[in-house]
Design a protein around this ligand. Structure first.
Ligand code: ASO
Length: 403
């Protein structure tokens, strides 16, 4: 296909789990201590952590990373101090990126952890909070621009509702769209060229999250005229929380030209919450890479290992194993997908399955030029359709041959 394995698999390490994860879960405190961390949450500690992070990524051989503003630099007592903290770490990141050749796949702002965001950021009922989130976003875009981020992600961590009785959903969705429009205006103003991405999630911590899944996000973007400026970052565990499988959202986003990047973990259907395990499911990786191959790649997005360090994962060596295993899973997925496509079985089957759309009334339906009267005339002339037409429920079994 004229591309190397690395170009297809643009792997990225996520800062928030790999370097900030301490093994917290909704039912218990952290279990992991790293020797480079101290209690201070200071800029000095953040700098030490960043040096370790780049050393880890360089040893791993991964070319990209992703972060939230608050992952790399501590929150200050006010916006100005938070921004100063960020500046200090951004300078170091720029230097380390240069030294190692590691690039920023995407940056984002954490607009969900601080108590001020307890009712959301852009969809918060308090305009003061919305304005604060916008101010943080302004700085986040400057940081992304300065570090040459190839994308910028908007994950609406708490953009949703807990009760329909106290929520004006149309007002909140409009505020969210206006927030994105402000971001677009500022992006243009500073000349930032990274791709904007929205990451869907159906619920948790809110009862219902607005960016439910790929199709919901596409509908939202089209409704507010934003579809040309955004693509989607699909996160597998979020798709399983929505009741889909990983590849469903990948395929739906890609079908509409909106698949921008992929967070790579294994959604666990055994647990209800966002467990984010490192990817190991070769079948899912095969299906994902099939879509990536079919759409000609995932640039400027990538495969970001948004996977939680497990509570037992107290050794740094375990972090290497997790990432290496994850890269193997996707590399196998890519090879499997290439074989699957090259064998031609899918293409041949699809052509046969939809061949009725190349002639007669089918061709007119396909072109959008058929009328109800013409369909009726076709039936009167050709008789009733056979109920077995197009059914192949066991076709999927052939995937086992490739995985
Ligand atoms: C943390 C979430 C993840 C998302 C990221 C971006 O776990 O899914 O990609 O934040 O804000």
């Amino acid at each position: 296909h004229g591309k190397t394995m690395e170009e297809w698999c643009r792997f990225s390490v996520c800062y928030w789990h790999t370097f900030r994860g301490v093994g917290l879960d909704p039912f218990g405190a952290g279990t992991i201590e790293r020797e480079w961390e101290d209690e201070s949450d200071s800029v000095e500690n953040a700098k030490r952590r960043m040096r370790v992070a780049f050393e880890f990524m360089a040893k791993l051989g991964v070319k990209y990373y992703c972060f939230h503003d608050r992952d790399i630099a501590p929150e200050g007592k006010d916006l100005a101090e938070s921004n100063r903290n960020l500046d200090a770490l951004v300078d170091l990141a720029a230097q380390l990126q240069k030294e190692t050749g590691i690039k920023l796949l995407w940056a984002t702002c954490n607009l969900f952890s601080h108590p001020r965001y307890m009712n959301g950021a852009s969809t918060n009922p308090d305009a003061h909070v919305v304005a604060y989130a916008a101010a943080a976003l302004k700085k986040g875009l400057e940081v992304a621009h300065k570090l040459g981020a190839e994308n910028y992600v908007f994950w609406g961590g708490r953009e949703g509702y807990n009760s329909l009785l106290n929520t004006d959903v149309l007002a909140e969705l409009t505020h969210m769209a206006n927030f994105f429009k402000m971001a677009l205006a500022y992006k243009k103003k500073i000349g930032f060229t990274g791709q904007f991405l929205i990451e869907p999630k159906p619920k948790e911590p809110t009862k219902h999250q607005y960016d439910y899944d790929a199709m919901t996000v596409i509908a939202f973007l089209k409704n507010f005229g934003l579809e040309k400026d955004f693509k989607i970052n699909v996160e597998p565990n979020h798709t399983t929380l929505a009741g889909h499988c990983y590849e469903h959202d990948i395929v739906m986003a890609s079908a509409f030209g909106m698949l921008g990047s992929i967070d790579s973990n294994t959604g666990s259907p055994d647990l209800g919450w966002d467990t984010d395990q490192f990817p190991m499911d070769t079948k899912a990786c095969t299906m994902v890479m099939k879509t990536v191959l079919e759409q000609g790649g995932i640039q400027p997005g990538g495969l970001n290992f948004d996977a939680k360090v497990r509570r037992e994962s107290t050794e740094v060596s375990d972090m290497f194993i997790a990432h290496i295993g994850a890269m193997d899973a996707f590399a196998r997925g890519l090879k499997n997908a290439a074989r699957l496509i090259e064998d031609g079985i899918i293409k041949k089957n699809l052509e046969a399955r939809y061949k009725s759309f190349s002639v007669d009334i089918g061709a007119k339906i396909k072109a959008g030029s058929a009328t109800l009267e013409e369909c009726e005339a076709f039936i009167l002339k050709n008789g009733e359709p056979k109920k077995t037409s197009g059914k192949q429920e066991h076709f999927e079994s052939m995937l086992n041959h490739y995985v």
